[in-house]
Design a protein around this ligand. Structure first.
Ligand SMILES: C[S@@+](CC[C@H](N)C(=O)[O-])C[C@H]1O[C@@H](n2cnc3c(N)ncnc32)[C@H](O)[C@@H]1O
Length: 312
């Protein structure tokens, strides 16, 4: 096994279960609803309030963007072809591509919210060619590939029926940062070039040079999965620049702290009552070391993304 593959597997085997456990714990505490995430975790545990609140902010930001994306495509509920599609004179069939999904319950959460009749679901196919497990239903496909090879990624998505011309939301939560800068940028460019009507939403670490950032990088590195792009994109401005240079038309990047501060007061007050949080300074420090990036492309001038924002 090459060093690169070992590193990739380590990211998958170590980080993904840890994140899923944190998301499951935060959900069980009542920070947000996720009836399925517990299925993805094999052990129980507890986390301090500042970790739970951090995962609340992360999940809330991702969901905010997903809901805005679906709404912009005219899909508020269970039907992909709605009045809004008709208003645009288009037959929009939106797609969400979660890159480096790890143990991700988003599809099941969204599916549970919609009212699709289970009896309409075709049978599920499971492929296991040469150990690469894939799973495919009409609405959900799980693919395995090394996405640093964009040709491989494109072929995998194509074979899964992804329509490159359809409105597409890419989500990458703590994924690109584990790759070398040029490898991650290649994926960002590839998506911008191939999907004319799309959004790229990223969540990852920033501020590698201060004491907290250095300790964070060291801790993650010790788990066998170093943050290879941490230093190359150290803040919101450099992240933003990265996407704009990769030909995304608009890009907004904000820290998780700014995202949380921008939440409605009543929601923050609900969250504050869930668990007592003593370590406010430490919590803010962590929040400042993560950012959300929202890049959009609307090459056909559909104006679908005109009102999209990270903070709603
Ligand atoms: C830190 S985990 C994050 C998982 C998930 N996005 C989440 O937030 O829970 C990083 C994920 O990226 C995936 N990943 C990293 N490099 C990859 C590559 N070159 N090709 C495919 N997946 C990759 C890993 O397998 C792992 O699932």
């Amino acid at each position: 096994m090459t060093h690169e593959v070992e590193r990739l597997e380590s990211t998958s085997d170590t980080c993904s279960p840890a994140i899923a456990l944190c998301k499951s714990i935060a959900s069980s505490k009542g920070y947000y609803q996720d009836p399925f995430i517990h299925v993805f975790v094999s052990r129980s545990g507890s986390r301090p309030p500042l970790i739970n609140r951090g995962h609340y902010a992360r999940v809330t930001a991702v969901r905010n963007v997903i809901f805005q994306f679906l709404e912009a495509c005219g899909n508020n509920s269970d039907d992909s072809s709605s009045e809004s599609d008709l208003a645009h004179g288009q037959n929009l069939r939106e797609q969400i591509v979660i890159l480096g999904s790890g143990l991700d319950s988003t599809f099941f959460y969204l599916k549970n919210m919609s009212k699709i009749d289970e009896s309409e679901e075709p049978e599920t196919e499971v492929d296991d060619k040469e150990g690469d497990l894939g799973l495919r239903t009409r609405e959900y496909t799980l693919l395995s590939c090394d996405m640093r090879n964009c040709q491989e990624l494109e072929a995998a998505l194509g074979s899964a029926g992804v329509d490159f011309s359809a409105p597409t939301l890419f989500i990458s939560e703590c994924v690109l940062i584990y790759m070398k800068p040029a490898e991650g940028t290649r994926i960002i460019e590839w998506a911008a070039n191939l999907f004319p009507c799309s959004i790229f939403f990223t969540y990852e670490q920033i501020h590698p040079h201060d004491p907290f950032g250095k300790v964070m990088a060291q801790n993650i590195s010790l788990r066998g999965c170093p943050l290879l792009s941490f230093e190359a994109y150290p803040d919101c401005d450099s992240q933003k620049q990265r996407y704009l240079e990769a030909t995304w038309e608009t890009c907004e990047a904000i820290s998780m702290q700014d995202f949380y501060d921008g939440l409605p007061e009543e929601e923050k007050s609900r969250v504050a009552k869930i668990e007592w949080l003593d370590e406010i300074e430490e919590w803010k420090m962590i929040q400042q070391h993560y950012c959300f990036i929202l890049a959009t492309k609307d090459a056909e001038g559909r104006k679908l993304w005109a009102n999209l924002k990270i903070s709603t």
